[in-house]
Design a binder for this molecule. Structure first.
Ligand code: ACO
Length: 325
């Protein structure tokens, strides 16, 4: 059975850089607090009327197609992981396909908050392994600035906007997504969520006044779950694939907080030099953090490298993937 190899990768972040210093002028915070608690120094924000997550997703996919010399008509399926879709419907994957000239294929969104990319990669790899499709694009795209309350210092310092896309193709040499785990537990639904805008609380004057269209996070509770579950799921995927810390060339963690990443790496026995880190310049871009990491470190990756991807997000959702590069 062929494995689904990642044969191309491309990341995109918008031009505008929102620094900690600028945030100091917006809310009661300071660079020292943000840096020491999260590791974030700056994040990119998509400015401009009428542009949503699809704009960034399309930039990432367009770059991916060019880089891999792939014609839009050769793509069999496109999956977009996003928590900030342009619309409730149609899905963002549809919009991205339209923007880059991909037509008449299946395309759909996956909503698993910050674990969305690991979920989407897991789904995409199944279609390759069964032999149904030969070229699949998986994109993570999030415009978190659209749902962040820039008067709430507890959340506005954390998030940024961005997108990253990968191409999946069959591989007969045993390279690719070897194994993955996806998990969820609704116990987390009240700790991290955007309350209004869906079918339970459709938009009204009241939901706007109560600021229910913004991200709410009980940071310390989420922190505890994140540290435990990201470390547990990473340990589980290593154990069932007989990997020790020294076998892993790179840990590719979701970038929510440097302290969560450090704790996960320590539990796995992986030194900081082998942990992909982009949080200082992009912040938490939700479904885009992992593909943005891969794009950033692409030149350092060698054929056959063992990668462990690990994510945790709202829901709660979490997951890990073992990728042989
Ligand atoms: N600047 C200054 N002070 C602040 C700020 C800020 N930006 N934000 C909060 N504080 C204050 C609080 O008000 C509190 O003050 P108090 O003690 O007087 O009440 C104090 O700092 C400590 O606040 P905590 O929330 O306890 O700070 P903590 O050390 O937990 O860090 C953080 C907060 C960074 C949010 C952390 O809890 C965290 O990273 N949580 C997990 C995030 C995560 O993994 N999310 C999942 C993915 S996101 C997704 O799925 C969409």
């Amino acid at each position: 059975m062929s494995k689904a190899a990642i044969t191309g990768i491309h990341g995109y972040v918008p031009d505008y850089v929102l620094t900690n210093t600028e945030l100091e002028r917006m809310v009661d915070t300071n660079d020292e607090w943000i840096t020491s608690r999260t590791g974030i120094r700056e994040r990119h924000i998509l400015k401009g009327e009428g542009m949503g997550s699809s704009h960034m997703g399309a930039k990432a996919v367009q770059g991916l197609l060019e880089k891999t010399n792939t014609a839009p008509e050769d793509i069999d399926l496109l999956i977009c992981a996003t928590t900030t879709p342009d619309y409730v419907f149609p899905c963002t994957a549809n919009l991205i396909c339209d923007m880059v000239g991909i037509r008449n294929i299946g395309s759909f969104d996956i909503q698993a908050a910050c674990s969305g990319f690991v979920y989407a990669l897991t789904i995409g790899s199944q279609f390759i392994e069964t032999g149904k499709y030969k070229k699949i694009v998986v994109v993570g795209a999030d415009k978190m600035s659209a749902i962040v309350d820039y008067t709430d210092r507890a959340t506005c310092v954390l998030f940024g906007d961005g997108a990253g896309a990968v191409l999946l193709e069959p591989n007969e040499e045993g390279l690719g997504i070897i194994d993955s785990i996806i998990r969820s537990d609704g116990v987390g639904q009240n700790h991290l969520f955007q309350k209004a805008g869906g079918s339970r609380y459709p938009p009204t004057h009241e939901t706007v006044e109560k600021r229910w269209h913004y991200v709410y996070q009980d940071g310390p509770s989420v922190f505890k779950f994140a540290v435990k579950n990201m470390a547990d799921v990473s340990a589980e995927i290593m154990e069932r694939n007989n990997l020790t810390g020294s076998d892993v060339a790179w840990l590719v963690p979701h970038q929510a907080n440097k302290r969560i990443i450090d704790a996960t790496a320590q539990r796995m026995g992986i030194e900081p030099e082998r942990v992909m880190m982009t949080i200082h310049k992009y912040g938490n871009t939700t479904a885009a953090t992992i593909p943005l990491c891969l794009a950033e470190y692409e030149s350092q990756l060698k054929k056959g490298d063992n990668l462990v991807l690990a994510a945790f997000g709202g829901g709660f959702t979490w997951g890990a993937a073992y990728v042989k590069w």
